[in-house]
Design a protein around this ligand. Structure first.
Ligand SMILES: Nc1ncnc2c1ncn2[C@@H]1O[C@H](COP(=O)(O)OP(=O)(O)OP(=O)(O)O)[C@@H](O)[C@H]1O
Length: 257
């Protein structure tokens, strides 16, 4: 599944938040967006998954205009793991995850044995199986985040959109969630605040500032001290971690006196 975002503009209230953004996610590619607080990353993602109306521009999935799809049709192709996972009504963990199958069901069609099997396998993979009978609202932030990811996995999307998926997670689950996403081997578009994680898990990155894309490229090309200075206004040095051999960033903020 390919996603093409072409010259998208979004206004919220009277403020122009996204200002002519174009980006591309190729078949089975992991693409990341980095940028400072308030630069418009979530607003852009919400425009892509149809929560925010767009002023102009296009969002195309394999050439098909997403804004013209029915919500159910869009949900057969795109799953979302958002930043805030609160709900007005409570469900068990198992039922929450089972709901991921609903875009694939016809009206009044029940869940099949295969659906229940997929849910069970996914609950085990995400280490949620022991919590399957628990009420979703009683879970911790990190547990909720994993339930939302499990629901997205059983949705079997061709494009997964993630907004800060590691937000509430401890170190172990940060790696496990990103590894699970990587293993899905589908197209992903992900906002991550952690630059080192974005370098490790993304094939290609876009850097955003004040509603625009200001740089793009493979992580080892895009992540330079100049890009970090441009987008975050912080000095840094980029180096190779001598133990993991991964790209690493040492931030060198100037202290206020
Ligand atoms: N309804 C609204 N009316 C006006 N401005 C809004 C509205 N909703 C959000 N904004 C503003 O739009 C800007 C972009 O918000 P957005 O959540 O997209 O940023 P972000 O890059 O995802 O930030 P963060 O890294 O903090 O999550 C912010 O300045 C926010 O205050």
């Amino acid at each position: 599944m390919e996603l093409a975002v072409k010259d998208v503009h979004v206004t919220l209230g009277k403020a122009k938040i996204v200002n002519g953004v174009s980006l591309h996610v190729g078949e089975r590619q992991s693409v990341g967006i980095i940028g400072p607080n308030g630069c418009g990353k979530s607003t852009l993602l919400k425009a892509i998954y149809r929560v925010n109306p767009i002023d102009s521009g296009e969002v195309l999935l394999n050439g098909q205009n997403v804004t013209k799809m029915s919500p159910k049709e869009a949900a057969r192709h795109i799953a979302v793991v958002g930043q805030f996972n609160e709900l007005a009504f409570d469900f068990s963990v198992q039922d929450m995850v089972l709901m991921g199958r609903s875009p694939h069901k016809k009206m009044m069609e029940g869940y099949s044995e295969a659906d229940y099997k997929l849910v069970e396998d996914t609950l085990r993979k995400t280490e949620l199986y022991p919590l399957r009978q628990r009420s979703y609202l009683s879970l911790s932030g990190g547990e909720k985040q994993r339930v939302i990811l499990a629901r997205a996995i059983v949705q079997q999307p061709e494009l997964l959109i993630l907004d800060e998926p590691t937000n509430h997670l401890d170190i172990k689950f940060q790696f496990e969630v990103l590894n699970l996403v990587k293993d899905l081997n589908i197209s992903t578009l992900c906002v991550l605040h952690n630059i080192e994680l974005s370098a490790r898990y993304c094939d290609y990155l876009y850097a955003m500032k004040q509603g625009r894309i200001v740089a793009e490229g493979a992580p080892n090309k895009l992540i330079t001290k100049e890009t970090i200075r441009t987008i975050y206004d912080v000095e840094s040095e980029i180096y190779t971690n001598p133990i993991t051999q991964d790209l690493a960033v040492a931030f060198l903020p100037t202290r206020r006196k």
